[in-house]
Design a protein around this ligand. Structure first.
Ligand code: COA
Length: 312
């Protein structure tokens, strides 16, 4: 078989501070019932003062190394998906090379909002299949609490902070990314954006509609590219933005409920970190068996989207 890219390990980290819907009731004109029924979210983790996005990114990545899952010296490149870098430069990726003891490996950030994990997988796959690198560390880290307007009930109830770290390695067997696609369309930029130095602005209903359509289209294409149908898929791990979006996409793709992984209730929307967090929780829950076929699908500001089919 030709060289392929395998998702070799995923870990995550979230800040210890939890903000519940009851906490939000004291901050804005909202209710636990409204948030649960409209979004599925019950609580989210947020960074404390003095804690940084790099801290949780590092904690996620370090678990991969300390678990003995991945040999740190094998990492050839570090890429970071984030919409919330701490500085314009150096990149969060550069800062992490030093904190993780990976000095010298190439490192860069990219921005694809909530589709960051899919974009990162696509970049890693291309590097590996071209023979450029054999092992890539992808860190998806978001400090959305730092760019949320905590007085805006339309947005502040939706988001949370978190980090996911994944290692993608070269493989010669069939446990690999079978298909992946990414896309973007800037015509929708005014529906969801953050101006430099500003806070999240969103037209929720518009985002909802385009998200459902694009996620369904992307997943359909990824399945076709992998020459599989939804019946061949063991577990679908969608970006966790809103339970109603997930259920709508699942209905359109005819995904049975027992093949769908949802953990938005505990984390809210953690943007690029959401799929790696969900993946690891699914794995810990025994729902990702070796050799299983998975479907990932994501959507985010830009708009951006992506979907992948992989055998793990
Ligand atoms: N608590 C109580 N009421 C709220 C509220 C809150 N936190 N947020 C909004 N409302 C109000 C609105 O002001 C509106 O009131 P009005 O009718 O008096 O104007 C009412 O609830 C209904 O608002 P609407 O926007 O129609 O609700 P919705 O059913 O579309 O749900 C979202 C709103 C944001 C949950 C939903 O549109 C959504 O999830 N969109 C996608 C957002 C997203 O996922 N973004 C990230 C993509 S990666």
């Amino acid at each position: 078989m030709s060289v392929g890219a395998r998702l070799a390990g995923v870990r995550f980290s979230v800040p210890s501070k939890i903000l519940t819907n009851a906490d939000l009731e004291k901050m804005v004109d909202t209710t636990d019932d409204w948030i649960r029924t409209r979004t599925g979210i019950e609580r989210r983790h947020v960074l404390s003062e003095g804690e940084s996005a790099t801290d949780i990114g590092m904690a996620a990545a370090q678990q991969l190394f300390s678990d003995g899952k991945i040999d740190k010296s094998s990492i050839d490149a570090l890429i970071v998906a984030t919409a919330t870098p701490e500085m314009l430069f150096p990149s969060t990726a550069c800062i992490l090379t030093h904190k993780l003891g990976l000095n010298g490996v190439p490192a860069f950030d990219f921005s694809a909002a909530c589709s960051g994990f899919l974009y990162g997988l696509s970049i890693a796959k291309s590097y590996i299949e071209s023979g450029t690198f054999r092992s890539i560390l992808l860190v998806c880290v978001e400090a959305l609490s730092r760019i949320v307007d905590w007085k805006d009930r339309n947005t502040c109830v939706l988001f949370g902070d978190g980090a996911g770290a994944a290692v993608i390695t070269a493989t010669e067997d069939d446990r690999r990314i079978r298909s992946i696609l990414i896309g973007a369309d800037g015509q929708y930029q005014e529906y969801l954006y953050v101006p430099l130095g500003g806070t999240i602005a969103m037209s929720g209903r518009d985002v909802f509609q385009v998200a459902c359509r694009k996620m369904t289209e992307a997943a359909t294409q990824a399945l076709a590219d992998a020459h599989l149908t939804i019946d061949d898929i063991d577990l679908v791990i969608p970006h966790q933005a809103n339970t109603r979006i997930i259920l709508q996409v699942a209905k359109q793709l005819r995904i049975p409920e027992d093949k769908l992984f949802v953990n938005i209730q505990s984390y809210g929307n953690t943007s690029a970190a959401s799929i790696p967090i969900a993946y690891r929780e699914a794995e810990l829950a025994g729902r990702v068996k070796p050799g299983a076929n998975l479907l990932f699908v994501a959507f985010g500001g830009g708009f951006t989207w992506g979907s992948a089919v992989l055998k793990v």
